[in-house]
Design a protein around this ligand. Structure first.
Ligand code: BDR
Ligand code: CA
Length: 303
């Protein structure tokens, strides 16, 4: 459709990825052209299955899912079962009847970006492996995005995997380094800004919603808290990145040059600001109320 904002979401669902995807599906004026999957929170076969299952739940099997990288550029993924559960989702969904398209995620992205140059917002919510392969196999194509938004990194804030590294960057530091140094303008929604938007146990358990998509999101959240009595706060990492991509004025930003550490084994995945005024637009402050209003508008949440 001509006036719709066209998006592709590269993702490793994952509870917060799932909520972000549900928000995108419910976002007025947004056309989701596809989901591309990557291993990360759980293995690739599971992230792909989850992506298909979410689209089936939403009645949106018209949206293609392209399966991507099962392994990072080097070594292997360390899955986040402790956070997202073994299946990656905290609510069981029926085994999907649909299957991924024949094209792999990297070639799918290349074809779509080439077909609609300068028109697609690409939102990366997992390890950046697919995007890194895109820069290698299809040089110049990532440049065709209208806007590239990445959830990842821990800029001037402690990591969530090691004291230095955030999960997505830690999972594939080489890929993160390649994408951030590719020269393609990137908006980075890192841990620091995401930690400003969360929901506590009481809030999640009392969530009321008016919509089918909202009901699934609310169940995922409530079950996430139920699985571990120690959990006190769920951070909306990927939903915030999605919201910043679709409504950029939601966050203030600053430009920086960022280097991702790939060599030092203790600091792999660290995101270091090497200078201000560089090509990475780092989200800084977020209008929290507006974010929750957007959740309300898309998922029918009353937070
Ligand atoms: C990121 O890591 C994953 O576990 C989440 O889905 C999110 O993309 C936060 O560090
Ligand atoms: Ca994710």
């Amino acid at each position: 459709m001509p006036n719709q904002l066209k998006v592709i979401i590269d993702t490793d669902p994952g509870v917060d990825d799932a909520i972000a995807i549900l928000m995108a599906l419910a976002w007025p004026g947004v056309e989701v052209l596809g989901l591309t999957t990557v291993g990360g929170n759980v293995p690739l076969a599971r992230t792909t299955r989850n992506a298909l299952a979410l689209l089936e739940y939403a009645g949106r099997t018209d949206i293609p899912v392209a399966s991507g990288s099962a392994r990072p550029i080097s070594s292997s993924f360390g899955y986040a079962y402790a956070v997202h559960g073994v299946s990656g989702l905290t609510r069981r969904l029926p085994r999907p009847k649909t299957t991924p398209v024949d094209t792999n995620a990297v070639d799918f992205l290349a074809a779509r970006l080439r077909g609609l140059p300068g028109q697609i917002t690409l939102i990366a919510l997992g390890p950046l492996t697919n995007l890194a392969w895109l820069t290698l196999h299809h040089p110049g194509v990532l440049e065709q995005t209208a806007h590239l938004v990445v959830m990842g990194g821990a800029v001037n804030t402690p990591g969530n995997v090691t004291p230095y590294a955030e999960f997505n960057f830690y999972s594939d530091p080489e890929a993160a380094a390649m994408v951030l140094s590719s020269g393609v303008p990137v908006t980075l929604v890192d841990l620091a800004v995401c930690r400003r938007v969360g929901i506590d146990r009481q809030g999640a358990e009392g969530l009321a919603t008016r919509t089918r998509l909202g009901r699934l999101a609310a169940q995922l959240l409530a079950n996430w808290f139920r699985r571990d009595p120690q959990r006190q706060q769920f951070e909306f990492y990927d939903p915030l990145a999605l919201a910043v991509a679709l409504e950029p004025s939601l966050a203030s930003t600053y430009q920086a040059a960022i280097r991702v550490e790939v060599t030092d084994p203790d600091r792999r995945g660290e995101s270091l600001v090497t200078g201000l005024g560089g090509p990475v637009e780092v989200a800084q402050q977020v209008d929290k109320q507006r974010f929750f209003d957007l959740m309300e508008r898309t998922l029918g949440f009353v937070v």
